[in-house]
Design a protein around this ligand. Structure first.
Ligand code: HEC
Ligand code: HEC
Ligand code: HEC
Length: 276
């Protein structure tokens, strides 16, 4: 009798431990995440996560989800010849090209080409052909100033119920027409409107091709439709009123260097630079 009792209480005790541990795990999940100290790039796969699947799927199929591949030999030969680039050359490690064809190159958390070594270790970005990420022009090249690590946490903590200003202070940008000129018509792009008419840039026309997301809603992701989208369109953010400055850069001794004054985010002062 005594033995059975001991046995039973042991079982009950174990259950109590298991249940309280599960409770702890739940509490941890619900706890708000801490916002990182400084912004860094996280990659499109993280923006997809459990939040923006349809946007991600649409982006993979869009021109921006394939920009890295244009740097490979034999791709778009005619276009390359027209601007005196070598169509047989591999440009996937060429600093100038990486600035506009990948995400966050030479910035914290950003893309690192093959052969990037640090303290004897290979730090180059792993590329999964099935799942485009940092190696293409990702979400953060249009939606962020210096990467989305901080405002992503705000979005998650508020479950999408945030005001533009709340994410803007962490580097989400809303100056869409302006942000395109980080690459399109930028003075450092080889593909300028004077080379070919197709490089002319009309924002209103082009923006329609950026997010063809409506095709990609399904049973699994329909709960990700943005409930606060309409409320946000009524709000006018700072960067919509005064667009951020656009980066200028040059390649010196094989390294891409940004010109300090042209940076939209000042890392030291943690402040933003707007156009005058
Ligand atoms: C300042 C940004 C910028 C830089 C630097 C840049 N590109 Fe691009 N590239 C673009 C943009 C923007 C487009 C799309 C232009 C358009 O369709 O209007 C583009 C398009 C292309 C295309 C497709 C052109 C076509 O008509 O099919 C190729 C190929 C390409 N880039 C290769 C390169 C290579 C190689 C380098 C480096 C030598 C490079 N790019 C450097 C911004 C840039
Ligand atoms: C080439 C630039 C560009 C890229 C890359 C891009 N977006 Fe966008 N995104 C836009 C523009 C422009 C709008 C505004 C669309 C409009 O006004 O029709 C937008 C709107 C959105 C919105 C609605 C925001 C709101 O509250 O109004 C979400 C969400 C979004 N994008 C997510 C993503 C995700 C996730 C990715 C990456 C998988 C991504 N975007 C990649 C340019 C871009
Ligand atoms: C970080 C650089 C970068 C930024 C920022 C960027 N683009 Fe692009 N965009 C490219 C490159 C590179 C291509 C070339 C893709 C190709 O030819 O396949 C391209 C191609 C496109 C195309 C396809 C052109 C075509 O007809 O095939 C559209 C549309 C476009 N961009 C719209 C936009 C809009 C709108 C914005 C701003 C909201 C924007 N882009 C911001 C780099 C950029």
């Amino acid at each position: 009798m005594g033995k059975t009792f001991k046995f039973l209480s042991l079982i009950l005790f174990s259950f109590a431990i298991i249940i309280s541990a599960a409770g702890d795990a739940d509490a941890k999940k619900k706890k708000k995440k801490k916002i990182p100290k400084s912004p860094s790039y996280v990659g499109a796969v993280k923006c997809n996560g459990s939040c923006h699947d349809s946007y991600y799927q649409a982006w993979v199929k869009s021109p921006h989800g394939n920009t890295y591949n244009l740097l490979k030999p034999g791709v778009r030969e005619k276009a390359k010849k027209r601007v005196k680039l070598d169509p047989q050359k591999d440009y996937t490690s060429t600093p100038l090209c990486l600035r506009c064809h990948t995400t966050g190159y030479r910035q914290k958390g950003g893309f690192k080409p093959a052969g990037t070594m640090h303290k004897g270790k290979d730090r180059s970005t792993k590329i999964d052909p099935e799942e485009p990420n940092l190696e293409q022009v990702g979400c953060e090249m249009c939606h962020s100033v210096a990467g989305g690590s901080q405002f992503r946490v705000v979005m998650k903590n508020t479950k999408g119920d945030f005001k533009k200003a709340e994410t803007e202070k962490y580097g989400q940008r809303w100056d869409y027409a302006n942000v395109c000129t980080r690459c399109h018509t930028h003075k450092k792009t080889p593909f300028k409107p004077d080379v070919h008419d197709k490089y002319k840039f009309n924002f209103e026309e082009r923006k329609l091709k950026v997010h063809d997301k409506d095709k990609y809603w399904n049973e699994d992701n329909e709960d990700q439709k943005l409930e606060k989208l309409k409320d946000r369109t009524k709000e006018v953010s700072v960067s919509e009123k005064t667009p951020l400055v656009i980066e200028d850069f040059a390649v010196k001794k094989g390294k891409l260097l940004f010109k300090g004054k042209s940076m939209p985010y000042n890392k030291k002062k943690k402040s933003f630079n707007y156009k005058k």
